[in-house]
Design a protein around this ligand. Structure first.
Ligand code: PMP
Length: 425
């Protein structure tokens, strides 16, 4: 077992054997699969087992792996230079593409990860409003910077409690947490902390507690509340950006944020994040303004070409509608199989993101609903799907991602695997 041996080696030199926790497969009680290569919709492990991939590197690979125009551009750029630490035309091109597509973004700054993007956006929001507190939602993930690793305990709506040791209490107290899709819980925070809240940050379509849809009233209510209290609204579109439409979630909504963060698809699989918004706010960022933020590898030319080519390919006519159709066939097909077998579940899907929650509840609209899921059952489903050649995210609280490379044959094979896996539940 090559993967097992590699994991044993890894444990001795990397904390927990992995460079990002979910990869260890701990919550699904399985040994992690070590990957050798990936192409199109498929990913291959070190033992040459091939799987249909619904992780897509956790979102970036919207075109599938090894997309020819992305790979060609990378190869061409590689011989011209890997990193300069100086301005390039490529950065201008990607920034313009983002500004043209995303209506709320007039200026955009490239960084190297989603974590950096949200951390920096919050710094700008604080600099702009001259306030310290922020509001986030229980179950939303915005990367691992200190102030964002805060999740409310039951009823702890006023002051945040760090969920990770190492986050100073004194720092976490500036992060207030509310319940997703519950405007009242946000209103209360604004009333209790009047004049102190710099911004409300949210994943407009949370994917990090599994996929959850926002209600229209919730989003428009947030817009109204933030405006009337002089706070900024920040959409974390690291996951939904350029995935749900050419303009991300914003392309599907009437509600416009003040600031937006990006990651994943914007880098086409290379380490990129970005944050942007109205000129008036983004002009505060150094060197245009006093809010400091910098990066040795920011705007890296390889990362920029992967992003540019990925966004170009997603601009093909019908790209998003086809992707949505394929995703619906897969997600609805899985749900039908589970339903027929009498397995209680809720399917949440928006475009090419979906989650099947193994819960008895009739809907999943927030963290409490999501965490009512039977994670043991999810683990069994995950392991069986893997055995039958389907690579799902190794946690109940993640989104499955479909790519443009998923074919009808993949759909059939996925549903066949689902039939087999369902029998064992
Ligand atoms: N925001 C959201 C919505 C995310 O999904 C993630 C990563 N899953 C992040 C921020 C952090 O991005 P990164 O892992 O690139 O730091």
């Amino acid at each position: 077992m090559k993967s097992k041996k590699l994991f044993e080696r890894a444990i001795n030199c990397i904390p927990g054997g992995v460079n990002s926790p979910v990869r260890a497969f701990a919550s699904v009680e399985a040994d992690p699969v070590f990957i050798d290569s990936a192409y199109g919709s498929k990913i291959k492990d070190v033992e040459e087992n091939e799987y249909i991939d619904y992780v897509g590197s956790w979102g970036p690979m919207i075109l599938g792996h090894g997309y020819p125009s992305v790979v060609d551009a990378l190869l061409r750029q590689m011989v011209k230079g890997i990193s300069y630490g100086a301005p390039t035309e490529l950065e201008v091109e990607l920034a313009q593409m983002v500004c043209e597509r995303v209506p709320s973004v007039e200026l955009v700054r490239m960084v190297n990860s989603g974590t950096e993007a949200t951390m920096s956006a919050i710094r700008v929001a604080r600099g702009y409003t001259k306030r310290d507190k922020i509001v986030k939602f229980e179950g939303c993930y915005h990367g691992h910077s200190d102030g964002l690793l805060v999740k409310a305990g039951s009823g702890a709506l006023t002051y945040g409690v760090p969920t990770s040791p190492g986050v100073p209490e004194d720092y976490a107290k500036n992060t207030l947490t509310a319940q997703f899709n519950d405007l009242e819980s946000v209103k209360e925070l604004f009333v209790q902390n009047e004049g102190e809240i710099a911004c409300v940050i949210l994943e407009p379509v949370p994917g990090n507690m599994g996929v959850i849809e926002p209600t229209k009233e919730f989003l428009s209510g947030l817009r109204h509340l933030t405006q009337s209290y002089g706070s900024l609204l920040v959409f974390d579109e690291v996951m939904s950006g350029f995935r749900l439409s050419p303009a991300g979630f914003q392309g599907l909504s009437d509600v416009m944020p003040d600031l937006t963060t990006f990651g994943k698809v914007i880098g086409g699989g290379l380490p990129v994040g970005a944050y942007g918004g109205k000129q008036e706010i983004m002009s505060l960022v150094s060197p245009a303004g006093p809010v400091y933020q910098a990066g040795t590898l920011s705007g890296n030319p390889l990362a920029m070409v992967a992003g540019i080519e990925t966004l170009k390919a997603t601009a093909a006519p019908d790209f998003y509608s086809k992707l949505g159709q394929t995703s619906s066939i897969i997600a609805q097909g899985m749900s039908d199989i589970l339903k027929e077998a009498g397995v209680a579940h809720v399917l949440n899907q928006l475009g090419s993101m979906f989650t099947i929650f193994f819960t008895e509840r009739s809907q999943v609209t927030n963290f409490a609903d999501a965490t009512s899921s039977d994670t043991k059952r999810f683990g069994a489903y995950f392991r069986n799907m893997l055995q039958n050649g389907v690579y799902l995210p190794a946690s109940q609280f993640e989104a499955c991602f479909v790519s443009g490379a998923h074919s009808e044959k993949d759909v059939d094979a996925t549903l066949e695997a689902c039939r087999k896996a369902t029998k064992t539940l």
